[in-house]
Design a protein around this ligand. Structure first.
Ligand code: NAI
Length: 305
């Protein structure tokens, strides 16, 4: 089979001035994409601003013969999101691929967490995905083509001590992706989400060194490049990726149980007496919409007829 190429494609990678995003940008460019390297150049906690982060990556790409421009806007504002996509349009005429990657952390247990810790995390990760995706989507819909990748976290999917703000924001991206998948299905726009673990300044203090050595950021990018390619026709999926391990993860619904016939009362004791069936994950299914979940009580509708 032919190699995956991005000739003629325009990619935007947010937070591409460091860490995982930098490698996404470089590898997309190596395979022919023209790339907008967006980065506000903040510290890991979101403080300060520095243009050199994005500039350095653009230079790296140009030095190896690739095509890239820098953008220094914050993903946290609507204007920032508009400007990021506008720089793709102004420089390269369009946008085909969007990798929502920019991120910061402000870790504290919930009782010590300030409103500012909460708001800033939500605004970079969750609002920051909205602000950039919205203007990109307009263009992708018009051209009937697009590949969008969101970056969630195992902290959201499975939990991590001290990251309530971050986990809440990252889980918000899953809801955003599920709805966007439904809203874009007829436009050949494929939205997917990755949950990476990689050595970067964000994790160097959090993960023990032997494990950190395994978590090469270079192992995240191949999945992103596949999801960003024309060959990928899957959407609405979430993937774990770290240390060369790749797997799908999903929100699932167990077969559960129906109590009663939809007419009588249901008591807390009925819940207690059926707890085993309610709380076990038997025959889990991935549902593609809330409408699909109503199927579980369709036997009651048949009784009604
Ligand atoms: P990093 O700190 O190395 O890079 C993040 C980049 O985003 C920085 O260059 C920063 O300046 C930029 N950025 C931050 N706020 C921005 C804003 N408002 N506008 C534009 N750019 C902004 O972090 P890393 O590890 O590369 O993380 C990349 C993404 O992957 C983040 O979304 C992070 O939450 C996520 N992630 C990383 C994990 C890991 O193990 N490294 C684990 C799970 C998720």
């Amino acid at each position: 089979m032919a190699d995956i190429k991005f000739d003629g494609k325009v990619a935007v990678v947010t937070g591409a001035g460091a860490g995982i995003g930098r490698i996404h940008a470089i590898e997309l460019a190596k395979r022919g994409a023209r790339v907008v390297v967006n980065d506000l150049g903040v510290t890991v906690n979101g403080d300060g601003e520095n243009r050199s982060a994005a500039e350095k990556v653009v230079k790296e790409i140009r030095d190896m013969g690739g095509v890239a421009v820098a953008n220094f806007d914050s993903v946290s504002s609507m204007d920032g999101g508009e400007n990021i996509i506008q720089s793709a349009v102004a420089s390269f005429g369009s946008v085909d691929i969007l990798v929502n990657n920019a991120g910061i952390i402000r870790d504290r247990t919930l009782n010590k967490m300030t409103e500012d810790d909460w708001d800033r995390i939500i605004s970079v990760h969750l609002k920051g995905a909205f602000t950039v995706t919205k203007p990109a989507l307009k263009i992708m819909k018009e051209k009937n083509y697009g590949r969008i990748i969101f970056t969630t976290s195992g902290s959201a999917l499975y939990g991590n001590f001290g990251q309530a703000n971050y986990a809440a924001a990252k889980m918000g991206l899953i809801g955003l992706m599920h709805v966007l998948t439904l809203e874009t299905s007829k436009y050949n726009i494929k939205c997917n989400t990755i949950a990476p673990n990689a050595a970067s300044r964000m994790t160097e203090e959090l993960i023990p060194p032997p494990m950190l050595k395994l978590l090469k950021p270079e192992y995240i990018t191949p999945l992103v490049l596949y999801l960003a390619s024309e060959e990928n026709i899957d959407a609405g999926m979430i993937f774990n990726c770290f240390g060369g391990f790749y797997s799908r993860t999903a929100v699932m619904c167990s077969s559960g149980t129906i109590i009663g016939d939809g007419k009588g009362e249901i008591s807390p004791e009925d819940i207690r007496d059926n707890w085993q069936k309610i709380s076990s994950i038997d025959n889990p299914r991935i549902l593609n919409s809330i409408a699909e979940s109503f199927g579980y009580i369709s036997p009651l509708l048949k009784v009604e007829k």
